[in-house]
Design a protein around this ligand. Structure first.
Ligand code: PLP
Length: 226
């Protein structure tokens, strides 16, 4: 049976191989270990294996685990659908909220952020199964607004393609997300270009890296089935 440490080591090797294949620096890719539904003890085990960035989907669960693991310097990414009334719970704990999809959520986070909170906009390319994420048509306005905020910093985009067991089927989706980021940079010309693209999960992170992912979110391949 492989341990969490073994799994992390093997994911890191695969990240490095995918990056190298397309001429990218492996160090430019952040691995978020998605720990939803897994106990704090497993997060501690991953931390001891050197993992620092963890992803959680539910505000209450994040808050509980952050308390249990307060002795560790974990960087928490919030990757679930965020309700406006949960912003006050998430903002002081998270270092990055990956799933901003409305001005209301962005404003709520900006009001509550203790130190500078990194944010990504979740984009939805029109997949009917997912209700979260902003449509490409609304992206520019939301990004423009967020770039004017004081306490939150917009770093880039996040996306979840419609599930397909064949990662090659998601390649064009990933490519379009990276394309949207390039367009945003061309149109808005932010002081610091938006560089972050969070895409790719256990079954498709290599293809995502080949298409420009800078953040991959991996749960099952590290912690096992949920
Ligand atoms: C659960 C989840 C993941 C991890 O998925 P795995 O298939 O377990 O790697 C990544 N991103 C989001 C938004 C998730 O909800």
């Amino acid at each position: 049976m492989s341990t969490i440490a073994d799994n992390i080591a093997s994911i890191k090797e695969r990240i490095a191989a995918a990056a190298t294949r397309c001429g990218r620096d492996p160090a430019s890719i952040t691995l978020v270990a998605v720990s939803k539904a897994k106990p704090a003890a497993m997060i501690r085990e991953a931390f001891e294996a050197g993992q620092r960035v963890f992803g959680e989907n539910y505000a209450q669960e994040l808050s509980q685990k952050a308390k249990e693991l307060a002795d560790l310097s974990i960087e928490w990414h919030f990757i679930g659908h965020l309700q406006k009334n949960k912003a006050k719970l998430v903002a002081p704990i998270a270092t990055c909220v990956e799933t901003v999809d409305s001005v209301e959520i962005a404003e709520a986070l900006d009001r509550r952020a203790a130190q500078r909170l990194k944010c990504l906009i979740e984009v939805n390319l029109g997949d009917e199964t997912s209700k979260s994420g902003v449509a490409p048509a609304g992206l520019e306005a939301l990004a423009r607004k967020m770039l004017s905020f004081k306490n939150t910093g917009l770093l880039g985009l996040m996306a979840i393609p419609p599930y397909d067991p064949d990662p090659e089927k998601s390649r064009s989706y990933f490519r379009r997300i990276k394309g949207l980021l390039d367009v945003l940079n061309d149109t808005l010309r932010p002081q610091t270009p938006l560089r972050a693209v969070s895409m790719g999960m256990s079954h498709d992170f290599e293809v995502a890296i080949e298409e420009g992912a800078t953040i991959v979110r991996v749960g099952t391949a590290i912690f096992g089935e949920r």
